[in-house]
Design a protein around this ligand. Structure first.
Ligand code: CA
Length: 229
């Protein structure tokens, strides 16, 4: 997850950056409004943390400009207490949430996670490498080629893609797709995953559907190195 932090108070910016990096995010800092807008428009970020009072261009102006330009990246505004009357206009301009300074880091983290979760749930186009899933039309394509899937295979693929790149256990898949508690004596999950694998991976070069032996499956750009036992 790649976050753009537009914040001119360098101490605060570095504090947020360090904290988020510890939590596994990568964070790029833009220290003024002009640079912040330029970087935001590059559309490389999963989330933008946007301060309001900034040199060169203020946060609300940036927000209006990028939304006008069609950018859909979620934005969390960081406002000072004195600016709370502006929050409504911020939300009207297309902010997803706001946080009043000073805040505790845990609160920031909780808001970020909640925004990212919401984004994932409402996402109708899932994409990993050249594999794409339209969750409205229930249609899968890889490298532009339509892949015919049965209803079960589709459900399996959507579940794996929504959880990407995390491992999904066979128990979880059984419950989610077939609605039953996992019986370790049955190999139905593995059989279906193998069908799915043939359809989405065979003939397409790079393998995206990986197996964690005895555990479950995951979709990712790369196979994870095995844990040492
Ligand atoms: Ca500021």
């Amino acid at each position: 997850m790649h976050i753009l932090l537009v914040e001119d108070e360098s101490k605060l910016a570095r504090f947020i950056q360090r904290g988020l990096e510890t939590e596994g995010f990568s964070v790029e800092i833009a220290a003024d409004g002009a640079l912040g807008e330029k970087r935001a428009r590059s559309d490389q970020f999963d989330l933008i943390l946007l301060d309001v009072l900034l040199p060169k261009k203020d946060g609300f102006e940036i927000l209006k400009t990028i939304r006008k330009a069609g950018l859909k990246t979620p934005v969390l505004m960081l406002t000072a207490r004195s600016e709370t009357q502006d929050i409504v206009s911020g939300l009207d301009s297309g902010a997803d949430d706001y946080l009043t300074k000073p805040f505790v880091f845990e609160e920031l983290l909780a808001r970020i996670r909640s925004i990212l979760r919401r984004g994932r749930q409402s996402q109708t186009q899932l994409k990993i490498a050249d594999l794409q899933l339209d969750t409205v039309k229930h249609k899968a394509t890889r490298n532009g080629t339509t892949i015919d899937l049965t209803a079960r295979e589709y459900a399996l693929l959507e579940c794996l893609m929504r959880n990407h790149p995390k491992l999904v256990t066979r128990q979880h898949l059984a419950k989610e797709i077939w609605g039953f508690d996992f019986d370790p004596g049955t190999n139905i999950v593995d059989v279906y995953v193998n069908h799915l694998r043939k359809k989405i991976d065979h003939g397409f070069g790079k393998k995206l559907l990986h197996t964690e032996r005895g555990q479950g499956y995951y979709i990712a750009h790369e196979e994870k190195p095995r844990k040492s036992r």
